[in-house]
Ligand binder design. Structure first.
Ligand code: PHE
Length: 343
């Protein structure tokens, strides 16, 4: 019986080692320890042995039983451990997790769209300094020395030593410096679109200290107000929709004569008049025919050439799109992802 027990132990160990999966282990368990398992049957035989033998063989049988149970347990554990290993192992054939993708800022998208619209009618985008000398931002644009726009409270001045010829240094308060920068080159005709950052000392629901403007300038022979109107109408229809109409109203700028403010028909009431627009029109920005003084300043003969110019705010036109529903301009630069991700 002793030998039989040892044999049972050996064969059980062999089978356990050889088991391929938990199911096989289950079968082995039944085969040895089940109700009619090999070891169970032998243990039943124990009762027939004389007392002294019974104790000795009984102890051995128990040892064999424990050994088989331990081996079964260890094998089971290693199977479930394999399962865990399999889960945590890197499967390089699995599709990866895409990193989150960003997108261009809302204002950059608007700038690109505006540039594309004007490119279709031949306006070439240019870039000029956004930290500029007074001469280009004011002086050459026919601003008198005491004009309020030159006031500290309207314009940011830097601490840079003033230029001997061009005067103090400013952060561009408008993109009209681009007109001078373009015209002093004296390469005609001119059809430029200057989109740049502009700075003014104003911050509230519809103003940020930094904003953007887009400035058109067209200088050639035979340029009239009709060209200005046509260009602005083309922009308004392309950017806001075919149904929108534009109109110009007399206004005043130092560097244009005549000067206008440009309005667009309200998209909510289609020009009839509503709470949003009051009389059917919304203000887009400024425009006019380049002032003869400005042409003279840059060495262009005002008798031979004429030009029109316009300057609108990028953020302003963006907010005026009915589908935008942005009620505070400052949100554009608050860098809140929850806001920016919507666009
Ligand atoms: N520079 C003017 C402004 O910022 C706009 C403008 C541009 C007006 C060109 C006329 C011509 O208000």
């Amino acid at each position: 019986m002793q030998e039989e027990l040892l044999q049972i132990k050996n064969s059980a160990m062999y089978f356990i080692m050889d088991a391929k999966n938990p199911k096989e282990l289950e079968e082995i368990k039944l085969d040895f320890l089940g109700r009619s398992g090999k070891l169970t049957l032998i243990m039943k035989e124990l009762a027939k042995l004389p007392m002294d033998k019974r104790v000795e063989i009984g102890r051995l049988a128990n040892e064999v039983k424990n050994a088989i149970e331990d081996a079964l347990q260890t094998a089971e554990d290693s199977f479930s451990q394999k399962k865990i290993d399999k889960i945590s192992r890197i499967d390089i054939s699995e599709p990866g997790i895409l990193p989150t993708l960003g997108h261009l800022h809302l204002v950059t998208q608007a700038i690109d769209e505006i540039a594309q619209i004007f490119a279709r009618i031949g306006f070439e985008r240019v870039r000029y300094p956004e930290v500029e000398w007074d001469y280009f931002a004011f002086e050459a644009l026919n601003f008198p020395k005491n004009h309020p726009a030159r006031d500290d409270w309207e314009t940011f001045f830097t601490t840079e030593t003033p230029h001997a010829r061009y005067g103090p240094q400013v952060l561009t308060p408008h993109t009209s410096n681009g007109q001078i920068r373009e015209m002093v080159k004296n390469v005609l005709p001119i059809k430029m679109l200057n989109i740049a950052k502009t700075y003014r000392r104003q911050s509230d629901i519809s103003h940020t200290l930094m904003f953007h403007q887009f400035e058109t300038l067209c200088v050639s022979e035979n340029i009239s107000i009709a060209d200005l109107k046509g260009t602005l109408a083309y922009f308004a229809k392309s950017y806001f929709g075919e149904k929108r109409k534009t109109r110009i109203r007399p206004y005043h700028f130092q560097f244009t004569e005549p000067s206008f403010e440009v309005d667009i028909s309200c998209g909510l009431c289609n020009g009839k008049g509503c709470k949003f627009c009051k009389e059917g029109w919304l203000e887009l920005g400024g425009a006019g025919m380049v002032h003869p003084n400005v042409l003279k300043e840059v060495g262009i003969n005002p008798k031979k050439y004429a030009g029109f110019a316009s300057g609108f705010g990028v953020e302003r036109v963006l907010m005026m799109r009915e589908d935008m529903h942005i009620d505070d301009l400052r949100l554009l630069y608050a860098n809140k992802l929850e806001f920016l991700q919507q666009f």
